[in-house]
Design a protein. Sequence first.
Length: 282
Amino acid sequence: MKHIAVLGAGTMGTGIAHVAALAGYQTNLVDSVADQLVKAKDRIAADLSVSVEKGKITDDEKGGALERLDTFTNLKDAVARADLVIEAVPERLELKIELLDAVCEAAPEQHIFATNTSSLPVSEIASAHPVPSSVIGMHFFNPVHIMKLLEIVRAEQTSDDTLKTVQEVGQRMNRDMIVVRDAPGFATSRLGLVIGLEAMRMLESGVASAEDIDRAMELGYRHPMGPLRLTDLVGLDVRLAIAEHLHKELGEAFRPPPILRRMVRAGHLGKKSGRGFYNWSD
């Protein structure tokens, strides 16, 4: 395993490319928008610099990671030598399968295809691949270079060899790993979303302010971040899409509350839009 291609230069794709390059892999980050790739590389460089300042990595390690990182607007060129392809595009099943088809046309025959989905069925994605046993879920957490958890999702078709190889990659990336079977919401999204949606209902009904609801979980249960602030970082639109999917699959506990729908319609998507449950404009 020498070459990793990451599809999508959004928040998650940028973070995954960061840890892949830092782990010593030749890393190709691909996005159809050239400006997005420039922003992604600048973000990675800035985050690496912070790690150097904090003594977590050396200047040489930072330089090596940036040398191993290349950006592409052409998917075929980006995946041509990839041993592992990790997609980190928006949570739409049809988009992920469309990308999978394009990857299979251009990538080496023996590549592994990993999806960073937080809720979509990995087994369904695998069924669209000519070698379903080589498809797996690699669910990273934001910000990727700080959050050590990697949730590995084993599809019904995933082979033992694919799982072992991905675990070796995760170890080299310095991840703490859990392995779950392909069930709606896996482990993390299912548990985290229930808390997040209930926090929204509490805010909507006036139980407490967003700040105090978050402090309750931070101080009372030692969560590093409250559920509403976390939703702002993940993106309210992302949380809504996951909630709609899990509501359909698992029932009423995951029904999106009206406040979430209203805020998404208004464009209040969290940190990326400058406003969510908190004001991020500063």
